[in-house]
Design a protein around this ligand. Structure first.
Ligand SMILES: O=C(O)CCC(=O)C(=O)O
Length: 270
């Protein structure tokens, strides 16, 4: 299993770095990439505390109106783009964005942002891709990626807390291969990213505490996740009115699909 260590990697000229090139090659070939040390461990532990505090009402075996049950004792919930959990270090992490832009192009957008909570005792999730084939056709397996999922676990994902099992190369296949999946351990501070077409499955949580992961969907500007937002109260991105104008200019393209994201007359510069 290929892992890319981002510790100490300067954030300028990342696209040209050996690490992001290796991550891109791995992502395109196997349909996923693991980036280690994208955020300091202590910072992620503090994010976990913030999550437990701000989202405590969501940590229960029930589906709130604005959330979606995605498996047994497993829920997808919205996260507000504020505080440290909703800060650029998380939704626009430089290492992640470098890979996103290599895979999806410079105009890639942040399509959705939230968390997936797998409660203690959750069962294995059904293996699935994150969206249906483009054009409902096998041609989808031949095309470049159109969207990807970023997963930042707030506790280590392992054989006890349950990881996200992946079937490498399945983004290029019509059906799930009859082989066991890879079950990567993702330590605190590391992330797993997968192609929307890749077959994957949340593993059971055998620990005695919830296993929350922050997720983000990045996509080509024309794509919208057609399956995970089926309830009227669900929102893909949740932010205050002043959020977009407060963004540093280089992050604006991530929101160019949101009405009003570019200031009047401001050219799009991906
Ligand atoms: O819980 C996980 O590890 C993965 C969840 C997931 O892939 C999904 O809900 O689409």
């Amino acid at each position: 299993m290929i892992r890319i260590d981002c510790r100490g990697l300067p954030t300028d000229a990342l696209a040209q770095s050996e690490q992001i090139r290796a991550a891109t090659a791995c992502f395109e070939r196997h349909g996923y990439a693991i980036l280690d040390h994208i955020i300091p461990e202590d910072t992620v532990r503090a994010l976990h505390d913030e999550f437990n505090d701000r989202y405590r009402d969501y940590i229960a075996d029930r589906e709130p109106e604005d959330s979606l049950q995605v498996g047994n004792k497993r829920f997808m919930i919205p996260l507000h783009l504020s505080g440290n959990l909703g800060a650029p270090l998380v939704f626009a992490n430089p290492y992640v964005i470098a890979l996103v832009r290599e895979v999806l192009g410079r105009e890639a957008v942040l399509e959705a942002f939230g968390a997936i909570i797998s409660l203690s005792g959750s069962e294995a999730q059904h293996p699935h891709p994150d969206g249906p084939p483009l054009f409902g056709s096998e041609i989808s397996t031949l095309l470049p990626a159109h969207a990807l999922t970023f997963a930042l676990p707030l506790v280590e994902m392992n054989e006890v807390s349950g990881t996200t099992a992946v079937w490498p190369g399945s983004h290029r296949l019509k059906d799930r291969p009859e082989v066991p999946p890879e079950q990567p351990v993702i330590p605190v501070g590391s992330c797993l990213m997968w192609d929307f077409r890749l077959i994957h499955s949340g593993a059971p949580n055998l620990s005695d505490r919830p296993r929350p992961m922050v997720y983000a969907t990045y996509a080509r500007r024309w794509y919208q996740d057609p399956v995970n937002f089926i309830k009227a109260a669900q929102q893909r991105l949740v932010f205050d009115p002043a959020f977009i104008e407060g963004l540093p200019e280089e992050m604006r393209p991530l929101f160019s699909h949101v009405r009003g994201a570019l200031l009047p007359g401001e050219p799009f510069r991906g």
